[in-house]
Design a protein around this ligand. Structure first.
Ligand SMILES: [Zn+2]
Length: 224
């Protein structure tokens, strides 16, 4: 997909394409070394994502394939977490482009064996003869695009709001405050998004009470 050699002399100071591009791709899509015995389940989970199955449908259909080697809900989540544990998904999380389509694209780059994929798709797909895979489903695609548009619009509005609230924050916070970035665990037993954040808070010592005070500043780093 990328041609390294032809751009060896690139003078781009930010990204020296050629040597750095390979590091960058490895960073975004680390080569996963899954154990051989884990692979069948991981490919089945990927297929469930392709058919946009619910959690329950996924576990049930995977277990129909696995027979007496069936897995528990917890095991299913552990495998899923393994699959979604990459930098690319982390960055995607708060982006307006966080769609099933993009997720599937990344999953395909992590589990890229075509034979495994085809077999798993068949085993899952035949259990849901009336469903289409997300990428072949026009209605689903339209819905996804609408979501992207809505999220992009919400992001733009949020930024506009930020600009106006920034001046308000600056005038209400004492000059001795420090800004901190924090992540929060929601406490749900099965959560693929944990920890949530970052959230930004201002901390300062109240000059009369000598107590530490804290104020929520939002989801965008106000120091930027
Ligand atoms: Zn959570």
């Amino acid at each position: 997909m990328f041609s390294y050699k032809s751009e060896q002399n690139s003078s781009d100071p930010v990204l020296n394409i050629g040597t750095d591009m390979k590091d960058y791709i490895n960073f975004m899509f680390p080569e996963k070394s899954f154990k051989e015995k884990e692979k069948p389940i991981l490919y089945l989970i990927k297929s469930c994502e392709y058919y946009d199955l619910s959690e329950r449908e996924s576990i049930e259909s995977i277990n129909k394939v696995l027979g007496d080697k069936s897995i528990s809900r917890r095991t299913y989540y552990n495998y899923k977490k393994k699959l979604y544990d990459s930098q690319a998904f982390g960055l995607l999380k708060n982006s307006c482009y966080n769609t099933i389509g993009v997720k599937l694209f990344i999953l395909d780059s992590i589990l890229d064996d075509w034979e495994h994929t085809k077999r798993a798709d068949k085993l899952i797909g035949q259990q849901f003869p009336k469903r289409k895979q997300v990428l072949e489903d026009e209605e689903k695609q339209k819905e996804e695009l609408n979501n992207v548009m809505n999220r992009a619009e919400a992001n733009i509005n949020k930024l506009k709001e930020m600009e106006t609230s920034q001046s308000r924050i600056d005038s209400t916070l004492p000059s001795n405050h420090t800004t901190r970035e924090e992540f929060v665990k929601c406490g749900k037993e099965f959560c693929l998004q944990c920890p949530h954040g970052p959230y930004y808070y201002a901390y300062w010592k109240d000059s009369t009470t000598k107590k530490i005070k804290k104020k929520y500043l939002g989801v965008i780093d106000p120091r930027q």
